[in-house]
Ligand binder design. Structure first.
Ligand code: PBG
Ligand code: ZN
Length: 320
């Protein structure tokens, strides 16, 4: 006697009844890159089929997102002007602040998350304030809180800090609370690894460090216990959602986070994950649609409650 597992795989009907994980457009968050200027919709060479949008052309992509029934976006800004302290990041007329106001006009119901970091705004490309040869943790916290408050003022629904400074959730929570934004949640990039998979994004966001690397603040890819410490700190400091990033090479971390914390877990399927599939598909080596959906499904199966992905719109259309 042996078990006949194949009985429940016999046809499409029974397979769909026993399927444990199903993707829906509600699972996805779509990243949008906003640039200064006019009449710009320019394909990002490192992220095919993703674009730099100027504010006056955001209506096109926002309409597409809403039509696809994707409920959330995460915004990244590329400012015209960079300096040592990334002042455009907390300028009430900065690129992101203007974009948020525009998007809230276009689609008030669309959930707008903002990435809070300094690397797109600093001349040196690091995620904080430089003192000597390294990022000064505590000095950076003041700036992160200022950035978060200015995003909230512009109308952001949720703040997502990606800098990996210690104590940032505490600092941002305090800043938001003091400015009457007690109801704005924080999605923390809690377990953000120092990963080569961010390469295409840094080209897209012009945010590569001009010297050194991010190893003193982003996590070592070999570590998982440390991820739990990072997540624990963020929860204690007041994070509402925790994130693991990248996704595909860190499915074990997603599962750990899911099993050990009673919190929503987000996963960021990053630029390198997307670009690899795009490149292989272009070469005719793989079936893009099936590969992309299988990747997203595996991220959800690992425990992600929501997935930030450059495939959000395609995937939402494919699963319709
Ligand atoms: C900014 C930031 C990065 C990503 C999201 N926010 C880049 C980095 O840390 O260097 C990566 C996203 C991606 O690769 O898709 N700190
Ligand atoms: Zn950064």
């Amino acid at each position: 006697m042996f078990d006949r597992h194949r009985r429940l795989r016999k046809n499409q009907a029974i397979r769909s009844m026993v399927r444990e994980t199903i993707l829906t457009p509600d699972d996805f968050i779509y990243p949008i890159f906003v640039v200064e200027g006019e009449n710009i919709k320019k394909e990002i060479s490192s992220l095919p089929n993703n674009y730099h949008f100027s504010i006056d052309r955001l209506d096109e992509i926002i309409k597409e997102v809403v039509d696809c029934k994707v409920k959330g976006i995460i915004l990244f800004g590329i400012p015209e002007h960079k300096d040592e302290v990334g002042s455009d990041a907390y300028d009430d007329n900065g690129i992101i602040q203007k974009a948020i106001r525009k998007i809230k006009e276009l689609a008030p119901e669309l959930y707008v998350i903002t990435d809070v970091c300094m690397c797109e705004y600093t001349s040196h490309g690091h995620c904080g304030i430089i003192c000597g040869h390294d990022v000064d943790n505590d000095k950076t916290l003041e700036y992160l809180a200022k950035i978060a408050v200015s995003h909230a003022k512009a109308g952001a629904d949720m703040i997502a800090p990606s800098d990996m400074m210690d104590g940032r959730i505490d600092a941002i929570r305090e800043g938001l609370d003091e400015n009457e934004f007690k109801d704005i949640p924080i999605m923390s990039y809690s377990a953000k690894y120092c990963s080569a998979f961010y390469g295409p994004f840094r080209e897209a966001a012009d945010s590569a460090p001009q010297f050194g690397d991010r190893k003193t603040y982003q996590m070592d890819p070999g570590n998982i216990r440390e991820a739990m410490l990072e997540i624990q700190s963020d929860i204690e400091e007041g994070a509402d959602i925790i994130m693991v990033k990248p996704a595909l090479s860190y499915l074990d971390v997603i599962r750990w986070a899911k099993d050990r914390c009673d919190m929503p877990v987000a996963a960021y399927s990053v630029s390198g994950e997307y670009a690899m599939v795009k490149a292989a598909a272009k070469m005719g080596l793989i079936d893009e649609k099936r590969i992309a959906l299988e990747m997203l499904l595996s991220i959800k199966r690992a425990g992600a409650d929501m997935i930030i992905t450059y495939y959000a719109l395609d995937a939402a259309k494919w699963i319709k």
